[in-house]
Design a protein around this ligand. Structure first.
Ligand SMILES: [Zn+2]
Length: 452
């Protein structure tokens, strides 16, 4: 008889917690890939971001986060995932979660939230992206490359803003990190499952909808970064409202606004303002009619330095900055990079392709490049050339750069490294400046030697 009593008591709670059924998207990556990607990106994030190391605030945010994680249905739990919550000392309204669980919440997001429920809404939404493995699921859909090439893309896309500079850059031109944001399908899933997590913990899911409005109001002209990486799938507010009804959260149920939340907000507001300047996580995305790049690009130094990767040795202008990605490395002059990639510079790397045939592998690489950078068009056929003493192919692409609004020339050189591995080197420059940069690119290419 006792078990029957328990059942009766449990049943209504289960019904309460149900709502719309969410399906795990198709994913060709292993759960461990999510963990690896997230761990590497988080290590960089922790180096680059001004973390707010305040035990009180962190433990509070962590507590709210862990409650939401504990509400995940069993089918979306991965024992390999570890959900962690760090607070970033940046005023912009932003938060991001990396594959496998590391989450970073900007101080500005906590300060902007009107209630604990609103803050928890953003966190529940982000936790859902992690649990449903949306980053690698999206990569499964949009590109067919190895995990190595995806790191920058995912990290850049998930992080956005300033940190995207650092992590997303290496592959930005290669695989279009800037263009990647969560698809509408995944946004809907994150809103729905996020609502369910909230209801289970005892929040009103409508606080998630409210938070989107709070963010929008404070976003200013360009709209904050967070909204651009989590686009409205359409009727977002209505959809969350509808889900709240399924979850039988009555419209009179109190919005959860705890004393702890008020105290944490007061503590934050009493702290010195976040450091100014180019903060990672900051929204640097100006409206499209305003160039975000200064246009003052430092001219290439006439002295070169030798750099080496595990594939090549090459000379680059001494004053060009290096960004190393997982499978590529980029060299850019100061003033020529930002959250949407580079405007001048070179990048090179190696990529495992489906074919060992140079022409086929080259074609495959160009296709993903064009797919990732839809503003580019192929201008010439691929023509035979020499690179590092080997035979290769050269192709010219061009298009109106979304960053500068000017015509951009991209020259892609490829050569086969054997075993289906393709070496590529791409140079990027605005057409108007190509006369000044062509000799620089030529010198770089001439200096290139393969090391094995
Ligand atoms: Zn989202």
């Amino acid at each position: 008889m006792a078990s029957r009593v328990v059942l009766l008591a449990v049943l209504p709670a289960m019904l309460l917690a149900q709502g719309t059924r969410v399906e795990m998207p198709k994913n060709k990556y292993a759960v461990e890939d999510d963990v690896k990607l997230g761990r590497e990106a988080a290590a960089q994030a922790q180096q680059q971001l001004p973390l707010l190391r305040d035990e009180d605030i962190e433990s509070y945010v962590n507590q709210v986060g862990q409650q939401l994680v504990a509400a995940l249905p069993p089918e979306f739990r991965h024992p390999q995932f570890r959900y962690t919550f760090r607070v970033v000392n940046a005023g912009e309204i932003n938060a991001f979660a990396l594959p496998g669980g590391p989450m970073f919440v900007n101080r500005g997001m906590i300060e902007a939230a009107r209630t604990e429920g609103e803050m928890a809404g953003v966190m529940g939404h982000e936790i859902t992206h992690v649990a449903l493995r949306h980053a690698t699921a999206q990569a499964t859909e949009t590109q067919k490359f190895q995990i190595g090439s995806v790191l920058g893309q995912i990290a850049g896309a998930v992080i956005g803003g300033g940190l995207g500079d650092i992590i997303g850059m290496g592959s930005q031109i290669g695989f279009g990190a800037g263009a990647l944001k969560y698809s509408r399908k995944y946004e809907t899933q994150a809103d729905i499952l996020g609502s369910q997590l909230m209801a289970r913990v005892g929040y009103d899911p409508r606080d998630l909808a409210n938070m989107f409005q709070t963010i929008q109001k404070q976003g200013g002209r360009g709209g904050p970064e967070w909204l651009s990486s989590h686009p409205d799938p359409g009727k977002r507010y209505e959809r969350i409202e509808q889900e709240a009804k399924l979850l039988r959260v009555s419209s009179s149920s109190r919005t959860r606004d705890t004393a702890a939340f008020r105290r944490i907000q007061q503590r934050l507001r009493a702290m010195p303002a976040p450091p100014k300047g180019r903060q990672p996580g900051q929204d640097q995305r100006a409206p499209s009619d305003e160039p975000t790049y200064s246009g003052r690009v430092e001219p290439p130094s006439s002295s070169y330095r030798q750099v080496q990767t595990n594939r090549v040795q090459v000379g680059v202008p001494d004053n060009w900055r290096e960004f190393r990605g997982e499978s590529s490395v980029t060299y850019v002059p100061e003033g020529a990079y930002g959250d949407r990639g580079l405007t001048h510079g070179v990048l090179f790397g190696a990529e495992q392709m489906n074919s060992s045939n140079l022409r086929q592998a080259n074609q495959q690489y160009l296709e993903s490049l064009l797919q990732g950078n839809p503003y580019l068009r192929q201008q010439t056929d691929s023509q035979g050339t020499r690179i590092g003493g080997r035979s290769g192919l050269a192709t010219r692409l061009a298009g109106r750069s979304p960053v500068t609004g000017r015509t951009e020339l991209v020259t892609v050189l490829t050569s086969s490294l054997g075993n289906g591995e393709l070496f590529y080197l791409a140079s990027i420059v605005p057409e108007q400046e190509s006369r000044n940069y062509d000799p620089v690119f030529q010198r770089i290419v001439n200096s290139l030697r393969f090391v094995r």
